[in-house]
Design a protein around this ligand. Structure first.
Ligand code: G
Ligand code: G
Ligand code: NA
Ligand code: MN
Length: 249
């Protein structure tokens, strides 16, 4: 079966699942929230990463169905576990689609406790496709009580002025600026500029793809608020709140 059909079937059979990756405070390392990353459980039990099917799925028009399913999985998790905050990724198509917003609205009605613990991540490239439309989407999501993050910031044609127009809560520095940041004056300059701008706009900052203690220390010293990456934890199907005590994972 080709990959698109596999995903369609997996969606029907409940074999799309979430992996959870911690995002930690730069000062002290406590978990701030977990990013949810979708995985397909193949019929043979293998886990297929999102990178292997998300681009195909976008072509096939399946993205809305997946983004809605991921929303439901995340809300289930938030309902089952208190004290955990979760971030979900949505595609640019979804941000432009009113029906996802209506679904979010319906599910969060009277549940401000859940909304407060949900972060919606939208990629910079998607956000910049139609800035005014995205700004309205961001506003609507925030009015429901959720936070919004701009993902992969700097990967696209960044114009810092869009940060102001979009009124998000969090900006995630693209991994390409974090990788090798210690050896790249250009990357350092980008990070510093973004941080001073983020501070001016009162945005919280996340550095993605932090893989070493040295990178973590550098970014913390520069004033990044939150850190994410293999150095702190990989995406896990069994996050701490699911792992039964005494059971090896
Ligand atoms: O986890 P992985 O490295 O496979 O993710 C690859 C890409 O897929 C990333 O860019 C990520 O943002 C995207 N992605 C992962 N999970 C989801 C999801 O639930 N919804 C959407 N729309 N994209 C996702
Ligand atoms: O596009 P987005 O930022 O949502 O993609 C996040 C993806 O980056 C996840 O699929 C995750 O698997 C991957 N990722 C998370 N931390 C690291 C890291 O430290 N190094 C690398 N190479 N990839 C990472
Ligand atoms: Na993301
Ligand atoms: Mn990202």
């Amino acid at each position: 079966m080709e990959i698109g059909e596999q995903v369609k079937t997996a969606l029907k059979e409940g074999r799309l699942q979430l992996a959870f990756q911690p995002i930690v405070a730069a000062d002290g390392g406590s978990v701030d929230y977990y990013e949810c990353l979708v995985r397909m459980r193949a019929t043979d039990g293998r886990l297929v990463p999102a990178a292997s099917f998300i681009p195909v799925v976008e072509q096939l028009g399946l993205m809305r169905a997946i983004d809605r399913y991921v929303l439901d999985l995340a809300l289930e998790e938030l309902t089952a576990v208190e004290d955990v905050r979760l971030g979900i990724n949505i595609s640019g198509l979804t941000a432009a689609d009113r029906s996802w917003l209506r679904a979010l609205n319906a599910r969060l009605r009277g549940r401000s406790d859940l909304a407060r613990r949900l972060i919606v991540e939208i990629t910079e490239t998607a956000a910049l496709h139609d800035v005014e439309d995205t700004a309205r989407f961001v506003q609507a999501v925030r009015e429901l009580g959720c936070q919004v993050a701009i993902d992969d910031f700097g990967a696209g044609y960044t114009t810092f002025r869009h940060l102001k127009a979009l009124t998000v809560d969090i900006v995630k520095i693209d991994g390409s600026f974090v990788r090798g940041v210690l050896d790249s004056p250009q990357n350092q300059l980008f990070v510093r500029n973004l941080l001073s701008l983020a501070k001016a706009f009162n945005l919280r900052t996340v550095a993605e793809c932090v893989e070493t203690a040295e990178e973590a220390e550098f970014l913390a010293d520069e004033g990044v608020d939150l850190l994410q990456g293999y150095h702190f934890g990989r995406p896990e199907m069994l996050p701490p709140w699911r792992a039964a005590p005494g059971v090896a994972t």
